[in-house]
Write a protein that binds this ligand. Structure first.
Ligand SMILES: O=P(O)(O)OC[C@H]1O[C@](O)(CO)[C@@H](O)[C@@H]1O
Length: 427
């Protein structure tokens, strides 16, 4: 993996090489803290040790018992997005599907679309108490029973040492994978949490972990040694200079879900104490006809992160006599995408709008492992430089309590606040 940070310098926000070199001294201190946290397997820092601590064998063993048409992951947040990112990016004869949201029509239609006798369900929740995950699993389990499918024969649980899912696995003797200690959900893609669906889909877990390990091996006391640290340090430095938004813009449909995974990682880790950097999900080339207008001519408050594979399958463009479009004929869609990637990058730079280029060789297991790990390292070093509590997410608890109170799941003052909403309705 490579990070080209050239276009992050000397733009509207005023980051220059001298300032980056000065920041590199703070990166060295941050790295010492990160390395110490990894050595001690401290909460959160343990995530950056997954390339060596994640044993793929239990994951492969749990997957080996199935030869399904579909693997359905039931989870939410980091308990679904890691798996989704990997399997959405890679081709497989197995259909990998996800239930995370609790939109009734969407859940009903997705479940109805499955042959449940040919589906393996992986219900994933570290806590075992997440309402969306448990509710969706109960719906899926009832659908399996209604279809005459023995759900206990087609369900694998991934959860923490205690809680509802652990109890259910023990009661029904279900295969169970352990979520890794000290790894928050948004950092768990390269673990049992994110890799079961990939194993069922036939993807090479060793290559995913090898890609991650190659980026882990670059972590040192300098941002100039590690694409992850370089990206995290530049994102932080620009954030301190006014880049309130980080637009994650992969130039590959297969990486669209990666942008969604990145959004949770960046927002839930760095949005603390009135600070943080808002991840915007974008897609190249599509958003050149959409959000690029804002990125280039709106407020100078963004870093645009352009991600692409250097190699990918291509498709020829037939010759044409369409007036003015003859230049396209005989080239390829890959040539067009490459030209647009570089043109977008240059158009932002020409307007003084900071952007960074992240490149992997291919969207394959190794490239994904590199990309996921580098983003996690970037997030951790950003959190160290910003001095925030990277691995907690207290702000999401208020809404959980309010919703639970509204549903009669307990007495919560948050639910009273919901009932007391100020209303000013316009129809
Ligand atoms: O794995 P669990 O405990 O169901 O949590 C799912 C998601 O919910 C959160 O805890 C936030 O509510 C995320 O951090 C996590 O990825």
């Amino acid at each position: 993996m490579k990070a080209d940070i050239g276009n992050a310098l000397d733009g509207a926000l005023g980051l220059d090489r001298a300032a980056l070199d000065d920041l590199d001294e703070r990166v060295a201190d941050a790295h010492e803290r990160i390395a110490g946290g990894r050595r001690e397997s401290e909460h959160g820092y343990a995530a950056l040790s997954l390339p060596e601590t994640c044993d793929p064998e239990p994951i492969r063993r749990a997957a080996a018992g199935f030869d399904p048409e579909t693997v359905l992951t039931v989870g939410i947040g980091g308990s679904a997005l890691g798996a989704a990112t990997v399997t959405d990016a890679l081709d497989s004869p197995v259909d990998a599907r996800y239930l995370d949201n609790v939109d009734p029509a969407w859940v009903r239609d997705l479940v109805a679309d499955l042959d449940l006798s040919e589906t393996v369900v992986n219900v994933v929740s570290r806590s075992g108490t997440t309402a969306e995950t448990l509710a969706n699993f109960l719906v899926v389990r009832e659908a399996m029973e209604s279809a005459g499918v023995d759900w206990t024969e087609r369900t694998v649980v991934t959860t923490g040492p205690e809680g509802n899912l652990r109890s259910m696995a023990e009661t029904h003797d279900l295969p169970a994978l352990d979520v890794p200690d000290g790894v928050p959900g948004r950092f768990s893609a390269l673990s049992t949490v994110g890799l079961f669906a990939a194993a069922v889909a036939g993807h090479d877990l060793d290559e995913l972990l090898a890609g991650a390990a190659s980026e882990a091996g670059k972590l040192s006391g300098s941002l100039y040694d590690s694409p992850g640290y370089a990206y995290g340090a530049v994102s932080y430095a620009l954030g301190e200079r006014g880049a309130a938004v980080n637009a994650m813009m992969p130039y590959a449909e297969s990486l669209e879900r990666f942008a969604e995974w990145y959004a949770q990682l960046w927002a839930e880790s760095l949005g603390k104490d009135g600070r943080g950097q808002t991840p915007a999900r974008a897609l190249g080339a599509t958003d050149q006809h959409s959000q690029l207008q804002l990125y280039r001519a709106g407020p100078a408050d963004k870093l645009v992160t352009l991600v692409r594979p250097l190699e990918s399958p291509d498709t020829g463009i037939p010759e044409t006599d369409l007036s003015g479009l003859e230049y396209l004929g005989g080239s390829t869609l890959g040539d067009l995408l490459d030209a647009e990637f570089r043109a977008t990058e240059a158009s932002l730079a020409a307007a003084g709008r900071e952007n960074v280029r992240l490149e992997i060789d291919r969207v394959d297991e190794r490239g994904l492992g590199e990309l996921l790990y580098a983003m996690e390292a970037a997030c951790v070093v950003y959190g160290e430089l910003a001095d925030v509590s990277t691995f907690t997410q207290p702000a999401v608890e208020w809404g959980k309590k309010a919703a639970r109170g509204l549903l009669g799941g307990g007495e919560f003052e948050e639910a009273e606040a919901v009932r007391g909403k100020r209303r000013l309705e316009v129809e």
